[in-house]
Ligand binder design. Structure first.
Ligand SMILES: [Zn+2]
Length: 272
């Protein structure tokens, strides 16, 4: 393929393809300038994609971010009490109208977007509104683009669906029969991605737990302070907690019972 075709397949400029040739991409003299091996270009595209995917922990989130860059969300509307609809913040209209959209917004895109999803999907996203208006299937379009220009086509993942919507029956059938190396690589990367996301969720849950614990501690100290301030007996207040703990234990709620006992113990120690 020519340097221009390689650039289109990779979604990069021609100077970058020349740089890749200097760095080892096989090139030979063709009738009109240099030609490079399509297979090697495909390998380069795959490697760029895997590298870029590793930089993004949450691919669906990355897809949403890309979509918001290409198609900024329309101004939020509110329904008034008399049923009329109104833009919540009139200033949003100006922002929305003056924002770059579709093809014009491609300049503001994260450079990893093309490496991760391929030029075909990103180009389809930029043309999404006109494709929909024309009643064309965005997936068929993206697959055709990839077939014609080379490079990565759409893969059946949540992130790609976030970008260009759902595939049609024909796409699903083709994908079932046409499983290739890229799809396999993609799946492996996705598994890594899921693992990382599970770890992130676990971390978030333990942060939440720590937060809740800190809240309980604060509430207990406040209670102790309030008991002292109101001149009530701390021992009596603690006894009330122990009584409730016994009731909870009888009901089988051991966690709550233990918690109430720890509150009682703190009150007895007179912590404030
Ligand atoms: Zn389709």
């Amino acid at each position: 393929m020519t340097v221009a075709q390689a650039a289109a397949a990779l979604g990069v400029s021609k100077p970058i393809v020349y740089r890749l040739i200097r760095e080892g991409l096989t090139a030979s003299a063709g009738p009109r300038g240099k030609v490079v091996s399509a297979r090697e270009v495909f390998m380069v595209a795959t490697k760029r994609r895997v590298d870029a995917v590793r930089r993004h922990h949450d691919l669906v989130g990355f897809a949403r971010q890309i979509k918001a860059t290409i198609w900024p969300s329309e101004p939020e509307r509110v329904i008034l009490s008399d049923g009329r609809e109104e833009i919540r913040n009139p200033g949003d209209v100006l922002t929305y109208v003056s924002a770059r959209k579709g093809r014009d917004a491609l300049v503001g895109l994260d450079s990893d977007a093309v490496a991760v999803f391929g030029p075909a999907v990103i180009s389809t996203l930029a043309d999404l509104k006109s494709l929909r208006k024309a009643g064309a299937c965005s997936w068929c379009w993206a697959r055709d683009l990839a077939a014609v220009r080379g490079g990565i086509g759409p893969s059946n993942t949540e992130a790609v669906r976030e970008l260009i919507g759902n595939p049609c029956e024909r796409d699903l059938t083709e994908m079932k029969t046409g499983q290739n190396t890229v799809d396999r690589l993609w799946r492996e990367v996705k598994i890594d991605d899921r693992k990382r996301r599970a770890q992130a969720e676990q971390a978030a849950r333990s942060r939440e737990y720590e937060q809740a614990r800190a809240d309980v501690e604060r509430a207990t100290r406040r209670l102790a302070g309030a008991v002292t301030a109101s001149g009530q007996s701390m021992t009596k207040e603690a006894a009330r907690y122990r009584q409730q703990a016994r009731r909870d234990r009888e009901r089988g709620d051991e966690v709550l019972a233990r918690h109430l006992e720890s509150v009682a113990a703190k009150l007895e120690r007179g912590e404030s």
